[in-house]
Design a protein around this ligand. Structure first.
Ligand code: GDP
Ligand code: MG
Length: 441
């Protein structure tokens, strides 16, 4: 994708704001990328539409192309859609013993993931966990869980041949209560595809155990099928989250976005291998990068934005150190303040901040006032801005009138600029070290 987008980016023109055409061109490629990453068509369509509305009209950062900036917006939106509000790694396991029901198709990685999560709960959260296999269909399925249990040092419910899944679930609950377990995990059987018998069985287990969490385990490599599986299980059983396995493979993770969009349920963990510690909390950033296949572009855009801010601050610092502070500087300051919705952000970057802040506070600065002051400065000529002391009474009247304000307001502004300029000169004389010391006060 990066290559294809690169071509599009080159054709895009640089200008002040993202035009509708810029956005459309870049988004066409993004849509293809989403589909290639296995995001379903309606989900991709909705997503692109949402981004288009957000991106059009946004200011373009100078050091990147509009196309790259669209990608950044796409990335941020992807992250937003994938995340939701919850902390994905936090399972609801208060009120012991808390049942966790593991569901999914056969071979998706349920048994493996059950053990991985049990290990995580034991080691990271210090929980006492009991695992029970309800898989009465597949030969040796119960033994598989038992072996994993021994391996990770987590108890498993003793195997009783001939019991049905509901009876096993009941026994697990009793054992968990009596044994003082914090959590008990029910690893259910799967089928190769969704069928009535499977769903009825899982439903029955759900009804007797009343699980705190119902985690659907799906193979991340199955793409669209994974989404159908999620839709079906959520409708029939009601899931509280998804674990995407085999993300160590080369699946592109588009299923994550579709699943989230279709079910509204969060992705909680990703499986990254067969080993017991190959489980990670879901990180939307990584999947978003994977879906778009363009991690470097995103970090580039971020860096460019930071660089611009730093450059501007440094340029100002240099002038301040020379004791220069004219109306242009003041205007820039005022504009920054408006942008940051307060003074702290901007001033925090500069030495002498505390003092200046006091000065500004004294002047009673709010948004409306900032706008008026900027308007006053804009009414001045270039020469006047660089050298405000040349202003005569008649010019002052004209400037104030031009901005729709009183001369007294303009005088206040001039006084503020003079005071700041004086302060800069004083601090400039003290040298860099002195300024910093001053700033610490
Ligand atoms: P179940 O039928 O849903 O219980 O699936 P299993 O837990 O038995 O897993 C089926 C196979 O997938 C096993 O060989 C696992 O080792 C493997 N597996 C499970 N999770 C992952 C994963 O995240 N990555 C990889 N590469 N293999 C996995
Ligand atoms: Mg299994």
């Amino acid at each position: 994708l990066s290559e294809r987008l690169g071509g599009v980016f080159d054709r895009l023109t640089k200008q002040g704001a993202l035009s509708e055409d810029d956005v459309k061109t870049a988004l066409r490629e993004v849509r293809v990328a989403l589909l290639e990453a296995d995001v379903s068509l309606p989900v991709a369509r909705d997503f692109v539409k949402a981004v288009q509305e957000k991106a059009t009209g946004q200011a373009v950062t100078k050091s990147v192309t509009p196309g790259q900036q669209v990608v950044k917006i796409v990335h941020d939106e992807l992250k937003h859609v994938l995340t939701g509000d919850e902390d994905p790694g936090k399972l609801k396991i208060d009120n012991p013993p808390a049942p966790i029901l593991m569901v999914g198709l056969q071979g998706g990685g349920k048994t493996t993931t059950t053990a991985k999560i049990a290990k995580r709960l034991k080691e990271r959260d210090g929980k006492k966990v009991l695992m029970a296999s309800l898989d009465v269909n597949r030969p040796a399925a119960m033994e598989q869980l038992q072996i994993l249990g021994v391996q990770i040092g987590v108890d498993t419910l003793p195997i009783v041949k001939g019991e049905d899944p509901v009876a096993i679930a009941k026994r697990a609950k009793t054992q968990a209560s009596l044994g003082g377990y914090d959590v008990y995990m029910l690893d259910t059987a799967g089928r190769l595809s969704i069928d009535e018998e499977l769903m009825a069985q899982v439903e029955a287990v759900r009804d007797v155990s009343n699980p705190r969490e119902t985690l659907l385990v799906v193979d991340g490599l199955t793409g669209q099928d994974a989404v159908h599986t999620a839709e079906n299980f959520d409708e029939r059983i009601g899931i509280s989250g998804v674990v995407l396995t085999r993300m160590d493979g080369d699946g592109r993770g588009g299923a994550a976005l579709s699943m989230r969009a279709v079910t509204g349920k969060p992705i909680r963990f990703v499986g990254l291998g067969e080993k017991m510690d190959a489980l990670e909390t879901f990180e939307p950033d990584r999947i978003a990068g994977r879906i778009l296949g363009m991690g470097d572009i995103v970090s580039l855009v971020e860096k460019a934005q930071q660089t611009l801010e730093v450059e501007q601050a440094e340029r100002m610092m240099k002038r301040f150190q020379k004791g220069q502070f004219n109306m242009n500087d003041l205007k820039m300051q005022l504009e920054q303040m408006m942008k940051m919705g307060g003074m702290e952000g901007m001033l925090a970057m500069m030495p002498g901040a505390a003092k200046m802040q006091k000065q500004m506070d004294g002047a009673g600065i709010d948004d409306k006032m900032l706008r008026q002051q900027i308007a006053l400065i804009q009414s001045m000529t270039k020469r006047e801005r660089a050298n405000p002391q040349i202003l005569q009474a008649s010019r002052k009247k004209r400037i104030a009138a031009g901005a729709g304000m009183e001369v007294s307001e303009l005088n206040k502004l001039l006084k503020m600029q003079r005071q700041m300029s004086d302060m800069m000169k004083k601090m400039g004389k003290m040298g860099k070290g002195g300024m910093l010391k001053q700033a610490m006060k």
